[in-house]
Each structure stands twice: as C-alpha cells, then as structure tokens.
Design a protein around this ligand. Structure first.
Ligand code: ADP
Length: 540
C-alpha cells in the first residue's frame, strides 16, 4: 500500500523559493572579481536566477543540456547555478586549477554548450577555446565596462546578456532524480570522471549538512563559503545556507589571509569552511597582526587532514570550534564531521585534540563501514583498518558516460581511503589504498608516519612511499623537506619517530629533498614519487 502523502519533488530551486519568501531580507555579500564589495538580498538572488533561466532558454538551452561555469565564489556564480538547474539544465563546474589538457578533456567529454566565466580566467581561454568545439558562447561574469578587449570568440558581458531577460519565468517541474550538476574528480590516475548530481541528491545533501552535528547552520548565521563552488558543490553551502536562511559571504578571488580576515570581521561571519591551506594563510595573518576573531563560532576544515596546530590555535587561542570534515566529490561531498557528541563532551586537552584529529562521524544519510581485502567487515574498535565503503542517497552510483560498475552487489562504494572506525562511530583515515605500504603482510599507514615526522622540529613537509623489498614486500622510505635554517640529520628524524610509531613502521631510509610534488588540488603526488624512486634500493 502506498502512503497518501504529497508527491513533492525535491528540486534545487525550491530552496531558493523558500529562502526568498521566508528570509528574503538576508544578504549575499561578495568581494567582486572587479574589486569592490557588492551586496544583494536572497530575494534579489532569486529574481536574478529566474532571469538567468529565462536568458538561457532564449539561447535554446533546455533539459539535460550542460552549461559550464569557471568562476570564483560570487553572487553571480550562485545565480547562474540556480538559473541553470531551475531550467532543467546541468551545471558543470570547472576547476580552473586543472591543467589545460584536463580542462579541454572535461569540457569536450561533457559537451558543454555555454560557459559562464570570471574575468580572471579569460586569458586562459584564449589558448583553450580553439580546442572546445561544443561551446557556443562565453558569458563573462562582469559588465560591459569591464569586458576585456581580447578573449575567446563569441564573448559577451554577463550583465548585457542578462538585461535581455525579465524574471517572468516558471521553474521547471521535473522528476527529482533529474540531473542537476556535474563535477569531475581530478583523476590522479587516468582521465577525470564526471560525478552527476541530481536535484534530489543536492537537496538531501543540503539538508543533511544542516543537521546540528554537521554544519548546523541557522537563520541567525552569516556563512562565508570559502571552499570553491568548483570544489564539489562548495561542500553544499550554496544550498544549505539559503535553506536555513543564513546570510552568505562570498570571497571572490581574494583567498589570502588579509582579505579573508577583512570579510570575516566586517561581515561578522559566524561559520565558514575551507581547506587547510587557506586556514594556514589566515592564522599566519592573525599572528602577524595580533588581530582576533570575535564573531566566528565555527570553522570547517576538510579536503585534506586538519593539522594538529590548526585545531590548537583555532580552539585555544581564538575560541573558534574546529569541525574536521572528510568527504569526496563522489559523496556530494560531505561524508563525516568530527563533532563532539554526548559520550565525548567531557574530553579536554590532549584527548580532545586526538578526537578532533579524527575525520569524524557519519551523519544520518551516510552509511559507512570498513572491510578487509576479502570484503569482511572489520570491528569498530578504533584500530582495525581497511577499505572504507560508503552508501547513501547523495553518493554516486556511476560516472557520466562510463559503463563501469562502481558499486558492489550491496550498493557500497569504495572510497579508495583506508580507515578505522571506533566504537563511538569516529572514523580516522590512515591512508589512500594506493599509498598504503604493505610490509610482511601487514599495512603501514603512510599518513601516520608523515604526520609524526612533520611534528619533528625543523621538518617542513614529509612524504612516505613504499619501496620494493626482497624479504618484506615493501618497506617505507621517508622523504623530508627541512626548514632552510634547520640543522637536521637523518638520525634526528629517526630519533623523533622512535617510540612515536610502531617499531616495524620505522622508515628504512630518510632522504632530504628540496621539494615534494603536489597535484592541482594540493595533495602529495605519491605516484610521481613512486615513479621517481622506482629503482631506489635500501643499503644493507
Ligand atoms: P580529488 O580526489 O579530486 O582531489 P576530492 O575532494 O574528491 O578531490 O578528494 C577526496 C579525497 O580527499 C578523499 O578520498 C580523501 O582521501 C581526501 N580527504 C578529504 N578530506 C580529508 C580529511 N579531512 N583528511 C584526510 N583526507 C581527506
């Protein structure tokens, strides 16, 4: 028997309708790419999004068409999102930090028809545009006065383009499983793969992150979305903030400590989210200037492991709660947050830091488990580590235009991360499955060795890779970047590690290097290191 409740599809634009009607006075404040601070209300945002949808329709864009955006976090970028999705088209966010060949591959694979692009990236397009046969028009997110003289063909100023359309437009009413947005994973191996979000998954994920133990946004919050909108839905903030009625602050291209601080302070931001590198910049700026964070209540740190000093500084010096988050593009992206719960509320000092270093608990709508190589579930004991599998309504079931099956028979998706989960549900990543070192049939966590090594005075960065070994299969090689003025020898690093990691995890060799290679998203390029040290042999 079916329930007798309304068939109300979960469509992304219903969020904006709700926000405009019930929180229309709340603001979206942008550091414009052209320079000044620009303000509008959530009510204005809805009107302009309707105009985007109508102007797109006048271009002949319809259901299922892909429209690309290559832009910073701004009000204009948000209204293009809602406009594209509200028409039934698919918003394809491009990460401008990818290499040109990767961008060309992604755009051609998606067959994007139009591109909204920020001024910053127009020079990039001059070389790229000839390789993008499917793009009919480039709409530069600025006004006619700021439009550059040279650029790709068919380039128009956004404000001129928008001026032709009024807001007399009815959002599409389609099945909630209709595709709404597309984001490619950066693909450390092979070509990037497209994750195709639906209206339903975006709405559910937006609601999920608004749970109190996740980001817990409310109508009194002012949220600064620093994590880029091209980085997996800006971690849902562009849906979650208007759904809650929170004001939004968008930093545009100003990602350095000083400009981030200026907005945090002037706009009295209460909650924000970004990757560790951004927070390093802010913390450095605060230290140099002696400034404070009186308004900020919480900061989400994710995308890469949150360093210990970040937790200590934010919480102990600035009285800002750190929410360590983990996730991935395939998960929309939020998978866990390390919020305190009833059973951990009493923890203080070192015990609290240790808990916050973990990647955290899954909220309702994310299921997770850890399995061994044969697929047997491992106990939630906080030490048995294995492959981390996930399941939920905002997790990918396949990739765009790929036949490859990515779920197992029970619908679980393998994240490619290696982790353990404790009895209270807190998960901790110990490695990527490609990076784990297999020694004598056991696994060595490269991340744990790296994190411990980075704690050694004089060490700036560390990377650990497995080197083939005739007896053990693989043994760890530790690569260290030392501070310029540090007088650091191999024995200093090994002495530091001694007793801090298991004896058989001790690296067989320590090499000092000038730098460690990184990917476009700032992760250590382990495959490049493995290639570089392929013939390395430990001395007897
Ligand atoms: P990409 O793979 O394109 O760089 P993703 O954002 O999808 O971008 O990367 C997801 C991966 O990033 C995760 O599978 C995990 O390995 C890593 N990651 C994300 N958040 C954390 C975190 N808090 N701690 C450790 N690793 C993290």
């Amino acid at each position: 028997m079916r329930g007798l409740m309304q068939d109300y599809p979960l469509l992304v634009h219903t969020i904006l309708d709700h926000a405009a009607l019930n929180h229309g006075e709340r603001e979206i404040v942008t550091r414009a790419v052209e320079g000044p601070i620009r303000r509008c209300t959530l009510s204005d945002l809805r009107t302009r999004s309707l105009r985007v949808a109508k102007a797109l329709q006048m271009e002949g864009i319809g259901m299922g068409d892909r429209v690309a955006t290559m832009a910073w976090n701004t009000d204009r970028h948000v209204e293009t999102w809602y406009g594209i999705m509200g028409l039934g088209a698919i918003c394809h966010t491009l990460n401008p930090r990818l290499f040109a060949e990767q961008l060309a591959y992604i755009i051609n694979h998606a067959e994007d028809r139009l591109m909204f692009v920020d001024l910053t990236f127009v020079p990039l397009l001059e070389a790229l545009a000839p390789k993008l046969p499917t793009i009919e028009k480039y709409i530069v997110l600025t006004d006619a006065g700021h439009l550059p003289e040279s650029g790709p063909p068919n380039m128009v100023a956004y404000e001129d383009w928008l001026a032709q359309a009024d807001a007399d437009f009815a959002w599409v009413r389609c099945d909630e499983n209709t595709a709404a947005a597309l984001c490619y994973t950066s693909g450390t191996t092979g070509n990037p793969k497209g994750v195709l979000y639906s209206h339903r998954s975006n709405v559910l994920h937006g609601l999920m992150v608004n749970q109190p133990d996740v980001f817990g946004l409310t109508s009194s919050d002012v949220v600064m979305a620093i994590v880029p909108m091209f980085h997996a839905n800006a971690w849902a903030l562009t849906y979650a903030a208007p759904a809650a009625g929170a004001s939004m602050v968008m930093p545009g291209a100003g990602m350095d400590g000083e400009r981030i601080y200026e907005l945090l302070d002037q706009e009295r931001v209460t909650a924000t989210a970004a990757v560790p590198t951004v927070w390093l910049g802010l913390l450095q700026y605060l230290e140099e200037t002696g400034k404070d964070l009186p308004w900020l209540k919480s900061v989400v740190v994710g995308g890469a492991a949150c360093p210990r000093m970040m937790i200590e500084k934010f919480e102990n010096v600035y009285d800002v709660e750190v929410i360590h988050g983990w996730g991935m593009t395939e998960m929309s992206p939020v998978g866990t947050t390390g919020s305190i719960k009833h059973a951990t509320a009493h923890l203080q000092g070192e015990a609290r830091v240790q808990l916050k270093l973990k990647q955290g608990r899954s909220p309702y709508l994310v299921e997770m488990k850890v399995v061994d190589d044969d697929g047997n579930e491992l106990p939630r004991d906080g030490k048995s580590f294995g492959h981390l599998l996930v399941r939920g309504p905002a997790i990918a079931s396949g990739y765009f235009k790929h036949d490859e099956e990515i779920l197992d028979a029970d619908g679980w998706f393998d994240t490619g991360d290696i982790a353990h989960i404790d009895a209270l549900g807190y998960m901790q990543i110990t490695d990527r499955d490609k990076d784990v070192i297999k020694s004598g049939g056991e696994w060595i966590s490269s991340i744990e060795v790296e994190n411990t090594a980075v704690g050694c005075p004089g060490v700036t960065e560390a990377a650990v890779i497995g080197i083939a070994h005739p007896k053990w299969g693989e043994r760890p090689l530790l690569l260290v970047v030392a501070q310029a003025d540090a007088e650091l020898g191999k024995s200093d690093v090994l002495d530091w590690l001694q007793g801090r990691i298991a004896k058989w995890w001790m690296p067989d060799e320590v090499l000092f290097v000038d730098e460690i290679p990184h990917t476009a998203t700032g992760k250590i390029q382990k495959n490049a290191l493995r290639e570089q040290y392929r013939d390395f042999q430990f001395s007897e």
